[in-house]
Design a binder for this molecule. Structure first.
Ligand SMILES: Cc1ncc(C[n+]2csc(CCOP(=O)(O)OP(=O)(O)O)c2C)c(N)n1
Length: 286
């Protein structure tokens, strides 16, 4: 076993992100969280979506999978069920996780699958040069909406809170220390954890820049109670002011794999037969 440290997370590939991109600090926070949790390299799998965010796959050394756009969560759930002793983290953008992958996100919430999703939310499809995404504001001018976006932004954290996600948090790429704490808490939580990271994209989102975030984010008050689902939903109804912290945490709900008696003793891969008669297995299903 190899305990995670900065040196062994270091990829030989330097990030290709634009200067000032919020992705730099999110990657730093992720590495810091893994180091502070004293996890082993062999115990962590990171699944990446497609996008500037998904390109993080090249910039961190770890066990992982860089799969199809929008399908990262499905892969993450599969990996978790194959070996539920591993910590599984899913990284993707708002387009990837809240657009193409929304159905898989809802499945992760409903099942309370023990996966930690860190969503790099820059309110744009940035890798493809800045089209509006499900979290773009109404009126956004972009290449795909030259006359202004007609739709309202998706209230995706409310969807998560009201559909079974056990842990829902919001962080901001401009607040590194808090982001590290959110990611650590999400990884430690046994169930589905969604950490929405608000992230400036200096190239394609001129509207929500660092100055805008300084005006529009706030720390949740000290008396905020994350176990109160109603309070979380009320807080999330305000789509302009962005409360940072753990919005909702349900410690009473079991993770999906803990509901499966066949996984109580051994993981699925430990139970996998050494030899398998494929024709016999297939004939049982047809
Ligand atoms: C199925 C599919 N549809 C579309 C694309 C093209 N595509 C690649 S990256 C991307 C945008 C990703 O945006 P987001 O998930 O918000 O990540 P960001 O680049 O902003 O980090 C799109 C649409 C693709 N690769 N696969």
């Amino acid at each position: 076993m190899t305990e995670i440290n900065l040196a062994n997370l270091m990829s030989p590939v330097a990030p290709t992100w634009c200067p000032g991109c919020g992705n730099f600090s999110i990657l730093t926070a992720l590495k810091q969280a893994l180091i502070e949790l004293k996890l082993n390299m062999e115990d962590v799998v990171i699944v990446f979506g497609i996008g500037c965010s998904g390109n993080t796959a090249d910039f961190i050394k770890c066990y992982g999978l860089h799969g199809l756009h929008g399908r990262g969560m499905a892969n993450a759930i599969g990996i978790k069920l194959a070996n539920h002793r591993q910590k599984v983290i899913m990284i993707g953008g708002d387009g990837d996780v809240y657009g193409e992958g929304l159905n898989h996100l809802v499945a992760a919430c409903r099942g309370n699958h023990d996966v930690t999703a860190v969503v790099f939310n820059n309110h744009r499809y940035s890798l493809t040069t800045g089209q509006s995404s499900p979290t773009s504001n109404k009126g956004t001018i972009s290449k795909s909406t030259p006359q202004g976006l007609i739709e309202d932004p998706i209230g995706v954290l409310s969807i998560a809170v009201s559909n079974g996600a056990g842990f829902v948090a919001r962080a901001y790429a401009g607040k590194l220390k808090q982001m590290v704490e959110m990611i650590k808490a999400g990884i430690l939580y046994e169930g589905f954890s969604l950490i929405d990271v608000q992230q400036p994209c200096p190239t394609f989102n001129k509207e929500q820049d660092y100055a805008w975030y300084q005006q529009n984010v706030f720390d949740l008050p000290v008396d905020y109670d994350p176990s109160n689902q109603g309070q979380a939903l009320m807080t999330l109804l305000d789509k302009d002011k962005l409360g940072l912290g753990i919005l909702y945490q349900n410690n009473a709900r079991k993770a999906y794999h803990d509901e499966i008696p066949q996984l109580s003793e051994k993981t699925l891969i430990e139970q996998f037969p050494k030899e398998i008669n494929l024709s016999k297995a297939i004939s049982e299903f047809i």
